[in-house]
Write a protein that binds this ligand. Sequence first.
Ligand code: GLV
Ligand code: MN
Ligand code: MN
Ligand code: MN
Length: 399
Amino acid sequence: MTASALLAQIEGVGRDAARGGYSRHVFDSAEAELREWFTDRAARRGLDVQTDRNGNLWAWWGTPGPDAVVTGSHLDSVPGGGAFDGPLGVVSALDALASLKAGGFTPARPLAVVVFAEEEGGRFGVPCLGSRLLTGAIDPDRARRLTDPDGVTFADAARRAGHDPERFGPDPETLGNIGHFIELHVEQGRGLIDQNSAVAVGSTVIAHGRWRFSFRGQGNHAGATRIGDRSDPMLPAAATVAAARRLASGMPDARATVGRLVPNPGGTNVIASTVDLWLDARVPGEALTPALVADITGAAREAAAEEGCELTVTEESYSGTVTFDSGLRDRMSGLLGGVPALPTGAGHDAAILAAHVPAGMLYVRNPTGISHAPEEFAEPSDVDEGGRALAAVLRDLAR
Ligand code: GLV
Ligand code: MN
Ligand code: MN
Ligand code: MN
C-alpha cells in the first residue's frame, strides 16, 4: 500500500468543521484514533509496536538496540492544519519499511518508525514535547505542569490517555538506540517550487521560539466607560502585533507572528480585563531572535504603560539554529542524485534529536507553498518519489 493510500485511510480523522482542515492534538480522541490506526498498520507489516516512557510510539523491525536507523515524524496537527504536516513522514516511513521488506532486504541493524508526541505544541504550547522529553531538553516537572486552553495539565491529559506522567523525562536507553534519525516532511514553503525538484535534503533549521505576552488592564462597560477612563489591554496587544511586523520587516529573513490572541472575558460589549497573545519569532543567526523579541517587548511595554496596563512576558520555548550533520546530508543528497539542500524556518523533532545523534531531513515538494492551513498539499507522484528516496536512504544506512 502506498503512502498516499495510507494517508487516505486517515483523511476522516480529526477533521475540524469549524476551522477547516484538521485539529489533532496530543492525547485527544482524534490522536488516540490515529495512534490505534498506526499500531494496527505497523503490526500488519510485522513491526513490533511499543510506547516509550514519554508517550512516543515506536514500531520496530528487529530487536530494539543500538545503532538503529530510525525514521518518522508526528500525527498531531496545529489547529485547523493540513493533512501532510506530520502524517506524511509517518506513512512514508511505514511504506518505506514495507517496501524494503518486500524487496527482500536484510538489515544489518534494527530499523524503527517513531511517532513523536505533541510536535506542534498545538495543545500544551511547547513544540516537540515528546522529543524534548526524550532528550532531556525540557524539565519533566515543567512539562507535567503545562496546561491546555481548558486548564488541563499535560500530566492529567497523559494519565487519562493511559500514560504514566511520573515516568516522563530523559530516556538515555531509547535515545542511545538511535544510530541515525531521518524525518521526511512536506515542505512548508516555496523552496522546492523554486528549485523545480520533488525532493530535497534539509540543511538548517533557523532559531525560533514562542513568547507569551499577558496584558492586564481594567475590565469595564463598553458603553458607560469614557475613553479617557479606560485601561484597555487590547490597545497594547494591538500595538504589539503591529510592532512585531514592523520590527521583523527591518531584519533580513526574520519572521514574527501573532497567531493567537485571547481576550478575557471576551464579550463584544466588555472592555477586556486581560489579553494574552503568543509571539512566534524566528530569525536566522544565533543572537538575532532574542534581539528581535527584546525590541518587540520594549514596544509592548511602552504601549502598556501608555494605557495604564501591566505586562508580563514569559518565554515558552526557544531553540537555537540547528545545522544538520553535513556528512549525512551530503551522503543522502549524493545517493539521491544530487537533490538540493534546503534551509527551513519550520521546527522539527529531527532538529531536537540533531543535538544527540546524526539526524537529517527529506522534504517533499508542496505545490501550494502553504502549510499549517488546509491548502497544504503534495502530489501523489512527489509523495512516491519522497517515499523511494526515504527507502533508499534507510537501505543505505541500515546495510
Ligand atoms: C512546527 O511545525 C513549527 O515549526 O511551527
Ligand atoms: Mn507543523
Ligand atoms: Mn511537522
Ligand atoms: Mn514542525
